[in-house]
Write a protein that binds this ligand. Structure first.
Ligand code: TEU
Ligand code: CA
Length: 561
């Protein structure tokens, strides 16, 4: 029997509250809406729900700018609504994981309101303030949402640091009182019964000593602040948090860790669990970035399969037996998986969505399903800048097209259609009703008109739907230990194959062979199962052995001994 921890055998479903279900006819998803859809989530078979931030927030970055950690955003509901959601989830056997955003707060958080009042204020040191250097910002860092990472504050004649928007000032983790305030807040939520935390950009909390300039690429306005990842004290802080919070409750903890490498992942998510349970790494999300670093992620090319599978392999092998990874193709910050890695045309959407699901759900790690992914929801396909709501997209357009003139407007709109975070944030598609059944009021972000064909109601009634396929993959993970604990190996000789991804998972009892065609072509493969194997699952109704049809994906199982 597997001696896996419960969170190693779990599947997580991510809910983006403002886009899931509106219950009070204002076009904004809310907590009561989520509660009304818990049966759907339960029926999918998942174990844990990750809720994106639901705290009080001015909403500059859709809740990632928190003004009160211990209050619910009134747009989403009340604390009583939250308690009902939690209670009903627990009744159904579902756990709730909260988003914990403690690299920064909102500039409206009381700590920052106090901090900016004077250099002597008791909360001054909760944030990162520096004198100007030669009349300029203290270093050359750019912010993730365009512009500089420093904003000058007239009142006290100093700059404060913000790695994201100016309305998201970075907390100063070197201040032990600040850290204690964060741990107290985490304990407060844990005492209320929440089951875990997904920790936003937790790899960025410890800034490099002296805050040095970052490397600046040709044509770029600012230096890269990437060197902030995995800073000098980050592991020390997480060990302290672990002692003060995690040791006191049975929590699932996930570090969102941009910039993490294997070496640091082995520390963040080592199996002694003295820091976090698992990491979210980003390397496979960066393989289709622009080759011009000044354009960052903005491009519209498809990820090359060789790059993709060799990267996934590096993480499967690098953490095996030592640390724990998350598995995901998309989330609220990324394009829709089927549009990005598959083919969202009518001919291949269902097939390629299933292929991607199968490939991911047979890997080692804890899988995350982002709302609507299980339906094969696609990118938004917006045509005008005015359709977008995300500050990252809007700011990037102005910076790259208007200010720096690195790309023309039409090219940038094509990049947004491919990469904007709003692709993931269009309303959940429940039915053929107005706005996909999300709301009878105009939604805060337009629904994708393809809800008429792609929606939960239709897929619940279809044994061949993407939804039905996800349910089967989740069931397999819960029943077959080898998916959790088996050793991973890419089938030797296939590493450079540009069409086929083939790997095995093997423990003492069982071996799985996964074979997937990443293309819309018919491919002949050399990869064949042992004679004593059975077909476990496939996205086609029959098996043609070495002939792989477009986006065909299948798993063979053989019992050992
Ligand atoms: O994202 C952090 C992160 O890694 C960014 O680089 C992210 O990928 C960004 O969207 C670039 O496209 C987290 C949250 O998930 C995101 O929604 C927040 O906006 C961000 O932190 C700031 O809190
Ligand atoms: Ca609402």
């Amino acid at each position: 029997d597997s001696k896996a921890q419960w969170w190693q055998k779990s599947v997580v479903y991510q809910v983006y509250p403002r886009s899931f279900q509106d219950s009070n006819h204002d076009g904004m998803g809310d907590l009561n809406g989520i509660t009304s859809r818990l049966d759907y989530i339960k029926d999918l078979g998942v174990d844990v729900i990750w809720l994106n931030p639901v705290y009080a927030s001015p909403g500059v970055d859709n809740g990632y700018d928190i003004s009160d950690y211990q209050a619910i955003n009134p747009e989403l509901g009340s604390m009583a609504d939250f308690e009902r959601l939690l209670a009903k989830a627990h009744q159904l056997g579902l756990k709730i994981m909260m988003d914990l955003v403690v690299n920064h707060t909102s500039d409206q958080h009381n700590w920052f309101v106090e901090s900016r009042k004077s250099t002597e204020n008791a909360h001054r040191d909760y944030y990162i303030w520096r004198d100007p250097v030669d009349g300029h910002a203290p270093n050359n860092w750019g912010a993730a949402f365009s512009g500089p990472a420093w904003t000058y504050d007239e009142a006290t004649k100093q700059y404060y640091l913000h790695l994201f928007a100016p309305e998201q000032p970075d907390l100063n983790w070197e201040n032990s009182e600040m850290r204690q305030s964060v741990y107290d807040m985490m304990n407060w939520w844990s005492d209320r019964g929440v089951d875990g935390f997904r920790m936003d950009v937790i790899s960025l909390i410890s800034k490099p000593a002296g805050l040095p300039d970052g490397p600046k690429s040709e044509g770029a306005m600012y230096g890269n602040s990437g060197l902030v990842s995995n800073g000098p004290h980050v592991h020390e802080y997480l060990k302290e948090m672990n002692q003060q919070v995690m040791k006191k409750h049975d929590l699932i903890t996930v570090g969102e860790t941009p910039g993490v490498d294997i070496e640091n992942a082995l520390k963040y998510s080592n199996l002694n669990n003295d820091e976090l349970n698992m990491v979210f790494q980003f390397e496979h999300m960066g393989l289709d970035s622009n080759t011009n670093p000044a354009l960052g992620k903005w491009d519209s090319r498809k990820t090359n399969l060789v790059d993709l599978k060799n990267n996934l392999t590096k993480w499967q092998v690098g953490l095996y037996g030592k640390a724990w990874n998350s598995l995901y193709w998309n989330n609220h910050d990324q394009p829709r998986a089927v549009s990005r890695f598959g083919d969202d045309s009518e001919a291949y959407r269902v097939r390629s969505a299933k292929m991607l699901a199968l490939v991911l759900h047979m890997l080692q790690g804890t899988p995350y399903i982002y709302e609507g992914e299980e339906l094969g929801m696609t990118n938004a396909n917006f045509n005008s800048l005015s359709d977008y709501r995300d500050l990252e997209s809007i700011n990037a357009y102005h910076e790259l097209v208007d200010d720096e003139q690195l790309v023309d407007g039409d090219t940038m709109l094509a990049y947004l259609r491919f990469h904007s975070r709003d692709n993931a944030r269009t309303p959940m598609q429940w039915s053929t009703e107005a706005n996909g059944g999300f709301s009878d009021h105009e939604p805060w972000l337009a629904a994708n008109p393809n809800y008429k064909e792609i929606n939960a109601a239709a897929e619940l009634n279809d044994d061949h739907s993407v939804l039905a396929f996800y349910k089967e993959l989740i069931r397999l993970r819960h029943t077959l230990d080898v998916i959790t604990d088996g050793r991973y190996e890419q089938v030797p000789g296939t590493e450079q194959n540009e069409s086929v991804y083939a790997y095995t998972r093997t423990n003492a009892q069982q071996s799985l062979l996964v074979v997937a065609n990443y293309t819309d072509q018919i491919i002949q493969t050399e990869v064949t199962p042992d004679s004593n194997s059975n077909l476990l699952i496939s996205n086609y109704d029959d098996d043609r052995g070495s002939e792989l049809r477009p986006f065909e994906a299948k798993v063979y199982s053989s019992i050992i001994g």
